[in-house]
Design a protein around this ligand. Structure first.
Ligand SMILES: NC(=O)c1ccc[n+]([C@@H]2O[C@H](COP(=O)([O-])OP(=O)(O)OC[C@H]3O[C@@H](n4cnc5c(N)ncnc54)[C@H](O)[C@@H]3O)[C@@H](O)[C@H]2O)c1
Ligand SMILES: O=c1ccn([C@@H]2O[C@H](COP(=O)(O)OP(=O)(O)O[C@H]3O[C@H](CO)[C@H](O)[C@H](O)[C@H]3O)[C@@H](O)[C@H]2O)c(=O)[nH]1
Length: 339
């Protein structure tokens, strides 16, 4: 049995990936400092899978803690989710973001090399293409100039990982560039649980529908898009989790391999509201508000490379994303905090 170290495995995408890894027969060791997650996710994972991951409460920037994890467990590969992800917060706290996302990745990679582990899957983002890239984004495009420290931290980390691969041919790294993951596990037991008022569209819609927030503010309806609202490539988080399992197979080839993980379809904010209402029967009151600073009008993935090289495609429908979001939100109106 292969054992995967999952940093940030208590978080939103990490917890769904841990479920898919356990189901696929991997052993899993989670390292998470719980800065944006809750221990209550762990028994939920065990309920879904019938087995539990090992959990280590540690920070990936803590070199001695990471050395101890590699000494205690025979790790075959690492999936590195641990990072901070709020775009607006990163503008206010750039050093915290670079320190966590870039330095954290460097400390992890050094601990891996010291332990003789050279297979890594890295959580990157569509934002690394930068604001000027033509749509759809394709992996052959150069890294752009992301406009937020968060986006820049992901592009910097990718550059460091590329340099690492040049320095030592034992490294095999997949940089997975996620588009907009939404939805929840179909059990309704785990899902996205942002602290405070959500920044992202899907959890905001879900909180309006469950009565925790009064109305959605749609940030701009005067973009040059079919209905004037921004378009994004929303994919089901369980599809994304499966993409991580598939990408582990690509780690047989040395070097840095970038993959877009998205559906290849752009969906507007208004279409998201309509789809949620149609699937759940819950009204989502909204108002049109000014544009949000830094938002791009529209982007989506060219996901052909993942299909060809990973045999992966985001197959779950928008309807399923909405149904699963609502099952999670309505069954857990206070998220994991109620436990
Ligand atoms: N959700 C998205 O839309 C999205 C899009 C593109 C990329 N990503 C990236 O994917 C990864 C996972 O995102 P998510 O949505 O699951 O976020 P999340 O906040 O739910 O999960 C991140 C986890 O990492 C942990 N963590 C943060 N810093 C840590 C540190 N220094 N040491 C140990 N643990 C730490 C947090 O406690 C949390 O459990 C992040 O790197 C994020 O930047 C997310
Ligand atoms: O309350 C809200 C929240 C969002 N939106 C709109 O909904 C769309 C999606 O916004 P999200 O915040 O959900 O997602 P983004 O595409 O802005 O950002 C996401 O994708 C980025 C990739 O470029 C980064 O990875 C980032 O971390 C991740 O949150 C945007 O047009 C936004 O203006 C609203 O109208 N109202």
């Amino acid at each position: 049995m292969k054992t995967i170290l999952v940093t940030g495995g208590a978080g939103y995408i990490g917890s769904h990936t841990v479920v898919e890894l356990l189901k696929a027969g991997y052993g899993v060791v989670i390292v998470d400092n719980l800065v944006n997650s809750n221990l209550a996710v762990l028994p939920r994972i065990e309920t879904i899978c019938g087995k539990a991951p090992v959990f280590v409460n540690a920070d990936v920037r803590d070199a001695s803690a990471m050395a101890a994890v590699f000494a205690a467990h025979a790790i075959d590969a690492v999936i590195h989710f641990a990072g901070l992800k709020a775009v607006g917060e990163s503008v206010e706290q750039p050093i915290r973001y670079y320190e966590n996302n870039v330095h954290g990745t460097m400390v992890l990679c050094q601990a891996m090399a010291d332990a003789g582990v050279f297979k890594l899957v890295f959580s990157s983002s569509a934002t690394v293409y930068g604001p000027d890239a033509p749509v759809p984004y394709v992996e052959t495009m150069a890294l752009g100039q992301p406009s937020s420290p968060y986006g820049a931290s992901k592009a910097m980390a990718e550059r460091i990982l590329a340099d690492l691969c040049v320095s030592d041919s034992r490294w095999a790294i997949a940089a997975l560039r996620y588009f907009n993951p939404i939805g929840a596990h179909e059990s309704g037991l785990i899902g996205e649980d942002p602290k405070g008022i959500p920044n992202n569209l899907m959890p905001f819609i879900a909180r309006v529908a469950v009565g925790k927030l009064a109305e959605l503010a749609i940030f701009g309806n005067d973009y040059d898009t079919p209905d004037g609202t921004c378009q994004r490539d929303y994919l089901h988080v369980v599809d994304l989790a499966e993409g991580h399992c598939q990408s582990l197979l690509a780690l047989e080839k040395p070097g840095l391999h970038a993959f877009n993980l998205g559906t290849g379809q752009g969906v507007s904010v208004l279409d998201m509201v309509k789809a949620f209402e149609a699937v759940t029967g819950q009204p989502v009151p909204y108002k049109i508000a000014p544009r949000r600073s830094g938002d791009l009008p529209a982007f989506w993935a060219n996901a052909d490379k993942a299909k060809q090289e990973l045999d992966w495609a985001a197959g779950r429908s928008l309807e399923q994303m909405m149904a699963d979001t609502w099952r999670w939100q309505s069954g857990n109106p206070d998220g994991f905090a109620q436990e």
